[in-house]
Design a protein around this ligand. Sequence first.
Ligand code: CA
Length: 190
Amino acid sequence: MNSRTRQHGFTLVEVVIVVAVLALLAGVVVPMFGTVSRDAKIARITQLYDQMRNSVQRHYADTSALAIELSGQTGAANHRLSMNPGTVGWKGPYIDHPINLSDNPFGGYCELHQQMTNVNNLGPGFDLDGDGTNEMVNAGQMLCLSNVPIAEAQEINAKLDTGVAGAWDASGRVKYVGGVLVLFLMDAPN
Ligand SMILES: [Ca+2]
């Protein structure tokens, strides 16, 4: 074999090495993107928690009323933070758009409720201090997100319920039942 013919193309061994290196890189890079995406979804929910808690407090200060925002519904009556349903004292919008399905990064619903009994299978109340009894019972403001995987729900709980005793999924501001993450935002003043 002279130097002229040696110039043509890659040998099979070279091709195999390149493919192996690319496969190795893909194996490293793809999970990295998956982790970033997962962390971004968790961060999105903790941001939503802060934003919605601030919004329901401002809405209550103006109107002395609790609000609902339902991702699967239309109309001002179902979007009381973003649209004025005729509530006395309303000075909103308190959020920049009506809550919709894109507000849940895990693809489920996103609903702001004012009665625990409206949330299926979650039972009344929030055990805010982890002592085994519910400090907040029934009326209040809580954000419900479906389709949240348990591992992600546990991470969100760890961020929002630091130092809370009791079962992670039943105590504090974060509850989790059957794939539904429930975030306590505001108690109804008695
Ligand atoms: Ca909790």
